[in-house]
Design a protein around this ligand. Structure first.
Ligand code: 4AD
Length: 439
């Protein structure tokens, strides 16, 4: 018999149906058993008269919660039932996969164990309604991102994740044994998305894995994450990239609000607010002035840069001054930016770059890239890089490469901000950190 999803049961009042799902709770009474069965679409109460089949009643009474079952029965309209006013009167039950008892934790229990414990049992944790919603929304987010890009003539690329040369700085690099030589896991698709500009693709995007050998344990860092990257040609400055980025983000928020806004409000208590454009732009110079005014002391080793506290202090300021949750910090000093960022012609100590801060968190970094090979080589030397390992990259700019720029955004950070979640471990499907390689 065909499977009926729980959210459609009302269409089958008085009919026999088959439902497949998990046993969420069991109330075993003297004469009757009440089971709550859950599938991806909802919950339903299932009632069974023990006298109808004592052997089946016996099997049900020993069934562990979270077992996977197939049940068949008749759908009854029953106002007394709190859950959707319906009930299935059970005729048969097949145990597809019994859950051992007790389960390490009840995904729908009253209290949740620590995040670390839940990550050990991630597949049980993912059964929670909040997680089902999160990954449903993330699917919509990625689709909306792609939709907007495709509407604006972008092409999708898939760049290699095994590289002969580090793509960002030498730090945070995973080395892998590659036959007789060393290779590295890609820290970003940076070089290869720029190669697409040299190839004349003009506008490209990539959503793919990024690896960072970052030993820190923070609520915003992972050693592997999904990078959302784009690159566009024939730009005049980093402003063109920001103007595109803010509209792309606005579109994604609008699609998510239209499709899931009500459910996100009900289940997570979060209101999806579509940001207005333009987002405020604040130069790093002005940001330092603001931080001084509000009395935020940046750690000395962060000179020219910003730390998470500084990002939050700036976010508070922007919220108060512009009533905006998103803003660009622009024109970063060359000391804290990679060699490939273009510098201002009239201020060579500053780059034509930006960070996008949302909800007090850096979610993206972007820039206009230096496409003039002689200046690019000079900038690489200034950063202490050797020419030979990056020669293949420098070659991209030798035979007609347009001006270009783009950004890289962390998908899980984007989801943290959108859904108001504090820890990145909660927003990524499977977390990778310095001490976590399993599951
Ligand atoms: O700021 P990042 O390192 O910039 C780049 O990779 C450049 N190639 C981007 C560009 O096109 N100029 O990384 C980009 C984004 C960050 O803003 C952050 O959202 C995310 O990637 N990110 C991380 N997310 C999780 N864990 C980590 N360890 C991350 N490091 C960066």
């Amino acid at each position: 018999m065909e499977r009926t999803p729980i959210h459609r049961l009302r269409e089958f009042i008085g009919q026999k149906v088959t439902v497949q799902g998990w046993l969420q709770t069991l109330r075993d009474q003297k004469k009757m058993q009440f089971l709550i069965i859950r599938d991806r679409t909802g919950l339903v109460q299932v009632a069974f008269w023990k006298a109808n089949d004592p052997a089946l009643a016996e099997r049900i009474s020993t069934l562990g919660t979270e077992s996977a079952v197939t049940i068949t029965g008749t759908v009854i309209d029953n106002e007394i039932v709190k859950l959707n006013g319906l009930e299935i009167q059970l005729e048969s039950l097949e145990i597809v996969n019994a859950a051992e008892a007790p389960v390490p934790f009840e995904p729908f229990g009253d209290s949740l164990p620590s995040i670390d414990f839940r990550l050990d049992w991630r597949y049980l944790d993912l059964r929670r309604a909040e997680n089902l919603l999160l990954f449903t929304v993330q699917t919509t987010v990625e689709q909306a991102m792609r939709e907007y890009w495709l509407q604006h003539d972008f092409m999708e690329i898939h760049s290699p994740k095994i590289m002969g040369t580090p793509s960002e700085s030498g730090a945070e690099l995973f080395e892998v044994a590659y036959f007789e030589r060393k290779a590295y896991l890609a820290q970003s698709p940076q070089f290869y998305k720029q190669m697409a500009m040299a190839a004349g693709f003009e506008r490209v995007f990539e959503i793919g894995p990024v690896f960072r050998a970052d030993p820190s344990f923070t609520s915003r860092h992972m050693t592997e994450f999904t990078g959302v990257d784009m690159e566009m040609s024939w730009i005049d400055s980093h402003e063109d990239v920001m103007a595109f980025t803010e509209r792309w983000i606005q579109y994604v928020y609008q699609v998510v609000k239209d499709k899931h806004g009500d459910e996100i409000r009900e289940k997570l208590g979060v209101e999806i607010k579509v940001p207005t454009v333009p987002f405020p732009r604040i130069s790093m110079h002005d940001a330092y002035v603001v931080l001084k005014q509000v009395g935020y002391a940046l750690p000395p080793e962060k000179k020219g840069d910003l730390d998470p506290g500084g990002e939050r202090a700036m976010a508070d300021y922007v919220k108060k001054t512009y009533d905006h949750d998103f803003f660009f910090l622009i024109d970063w000093p060359i000391t804290v930016r990679p060699f490939y960022h273009m510098r201002h012609a009239d201020r060579p100590d500053l780059t034509k770059s930006f960070d996008l801060i949302a909800g007090g968190l850096e979610i993206a970094t972007g820039a206009q890239r230096e496409h003039r090979p002689d200046i690019l080589l000079q900038q690489a030397f200034e950063k202490g890089l050797h020419q030979e390992p990056i020669q293949f990259y420098l070659d991209f700019f030798r035979y007609g490469c347009p001006s270009h720029g783009g950004f890289g955004l962390g998908l899980s950070r984007f989801m943290m901000v959108m859904l108001g979640i504090n820890n990145i471990r909660e927003t990524v499907y499977i977390f990778r950190g310095p001490t976590r390689l399993n599951p």
